[in-house]
Design a protein around this ligand. Structure first.
Ligand SMILES: C[S@@+](CC[C@H](N)C(=O)[O-])C[C@H]1O[C@@H](n2cnc3c(N)ncnc32)[C@H](O)[C@@H]1O
Length: 262
């Protein structure tokens, strides 16, 4: 494991558009080496997705590429045909300790943390975001995932289809599946959350032109949403393979954005 700040990268402004100017710094590093760099309440939001401590990065499905799924028209297709075969890893053996939560609250004004219910942290409030992922035949995972949210006291639901190859069409039709599977978001990480989920969260909580940190970057979906919402973003990811994958994804995203804007 690499615990030092070996690969900080900063996107340089390329064009006079706000979305391309938004500052974004990511570190291939342990979260604690990044969080300690920031003063109290520096970030408006911490939007994080911590290890749940359930060993997801060692599960057999990660190597599975042969399962087929029956479509409405009776045909069977293989949703995993283009899936990356993931390397088994140990990062999901345990949840971050209380000290992580305390430090996150020190550096940020508001927190959204997926996986917080798997911890025994003291100080967690009652606010929850319930992500309704829908359900698909052949997918054995939970239909719901929960995130702790510090700025609400109740539970709000965000519906957004993300089940096997069924992915949401748009934010305005979140439970209607994208008809053209070629437009599906490619999963590059075993716990990849869709950009559209972060879009829905940022929209719901008005996270626009703010300072945001994600301490467990993974595929970099939060980074892309932060860019779309013109936020100043800081991310940390300890694993060098995941870090490089999200860097490649990021540069593709930026290249496409630049082409679209011209
Ligand atoms: C649940 S996944 C995040 C998935 C991400 N939300 C996405 O959409 O792809 C947790 C990530 O945290 C990383 N991680 C684990 N321990 C870490 C640490 N101490 N510091 C930074 N990142 C860590 C793992 O390598 C993994 O990529």
């Amino acid at each position: 494991m690499n615990n030092t700040l070996t690969h900080p990268t900063r996107t340089e402004p390329e064009m006079p558009y706000d979305r391309l100017l938004a500052a974004c710094t990511v570190f291939n590093a342990h979260y604690s080496d990044v969080m300690c760099l920031f003063p109290d309440k520096y970030f408006d939001w911490a939007v994080c997705d911590i290890p749940y401590g359930i060993g997801v990065a060692k599960m057999a499905y990660l190597k599975e590429t042969k399962t087929t799924v029956k479509q409405k028209n009776g045909n069977r297709i293989n949703p995993n045909r283009n899936k990356k075969k993931h390397t088994f890893k140990d990062w999901d053996n345990e949840t971050p300790p209380q000290a992580y939560f305390d430090e996150l609250r020190r550096i940020s004004k508001n927190q959204i943390i997926f996986g917080a219910d798997y911890t025994d942290w003291t100080g967690l409030g009652k606010g929850r975001i319930k992500w309704n992922k829908g359900f698909s035949e052949g997918v054995s995972f939970n239909q719901f995932e929960y995130a702790y949210c510090s700025c609400i006291d109740d539970e709000i639901e965000i519906p957004l289809l993300w089940a096997g190859m069924m992915q949401a069409k748009s934010l305005s039709e979140p439970m209607v599946q994208q008809g053209n599977k070629k437009l599906n978001e490619k999963r590059i990480h075993p716990c990849h959350k869709p950009v559209m989920l972060y879009d829905a969260i940022f929209k719901r909580f008005g996270i626009y032109k703010m300072k945001v940190i994600d301490t467990h970057l993974g595929s970099g979906s939060s980074r892309i949403t932060a860019d779309k919402f013109e936020c100043e973003f800081v991310g940390a990811e300890i694993d060098s393979e995941y870090f490089q994958d999200q860097e490649n994804r990021w540069f593709n995203y930026k290249r496409n954005l630049k082409l679209a804007l011209w």
